[in-house]
Design a protein around this ligand. Sequence first.
Ligand code: MEV
Length: 307
Amino acid sequence: MTLPLYERAEACGKVILVGEHAVVHGQPALAAGLPGGLTLTASPRPGAPISLQIPAWDIDLQLTADNEHPVARACLEVLGYCDGPVTGWTILGDTGLPCQAGCGSSAALSVALARLALGPDAPQDEIVEASLAGERVFHDNPSGIDNLVAASGGLVKFIRGAPPESIHFKGSVPLVVIPSGIPRSTGAQVRKVREFLTELPSVVRPLLGVIGNATLAAIEAIESRNLKSLAAIFNLSHELLSALGVSTPALDRLRDSVLELGARGVKLTGAGGGGCLLALPPDDPRPLIAALAERGHAPFAVTLRGS
Ligand code: MEV
């Protein structure tokens, strides 16, 4: 018998404003959902294995037990957690998110798939738990921030094991995401920080605490519309992440040129090692975006809207 899937489900992408890596070790982090991240549509394919196609990410996979592809394994974990189907569907994904770039592509996939299996009325906690079964395939110790924000959207303060907090503010904050085009593995970067912490706990633990403090200061800066402080926090956060070993010379060079082109503050976002930079642009972000595009980059604007 073919078990059912719902017809359509969506999930957000995400950007981490401050607190990546430190959040794995219990510190607060601040992340925003990117609306319209990924839409999955399911159509019946009786008697055949489940096929997953996401053309924008070059994904065309059969979700069979012998498929070792991490995306296939993650999807099967999510469907298994949800007591979902093992055959009989084609799932088609539509997305504008870059994949494996620190914008929450894997969490968006796991969350949208959990929603496809559990339906639009399933509680958010259940969706997040189901999606984490998939996220653990990509790295063994996810804090859960990517999955939470993929499910909830909005601007969220997240502490591992505590209820997430929506951040309300007035006005809007313009941001620019700049994919570096350098592929990386979240798991490898998270392992690197864990090993550094094990090797030098008395030095690395306080560094993680300072990143946590930077998150709290960023929330205050957004709430009081102090973009000058927010820019300083972005710049400092990049240096702190670099001290943890998750930046690279190529990312640092790209960051320098984004600053030279007029950004107020720039940091890596997500796991680092490649992936994306996040910039706080001048009031009008268009000249920065145009200058980056002229240099061959593919920046995109994200606006945090207050509520
Ligand atoms: C990855 O988007 C964010 C990290 O903090 C890992 C995690 O929180 O699970 C690097």
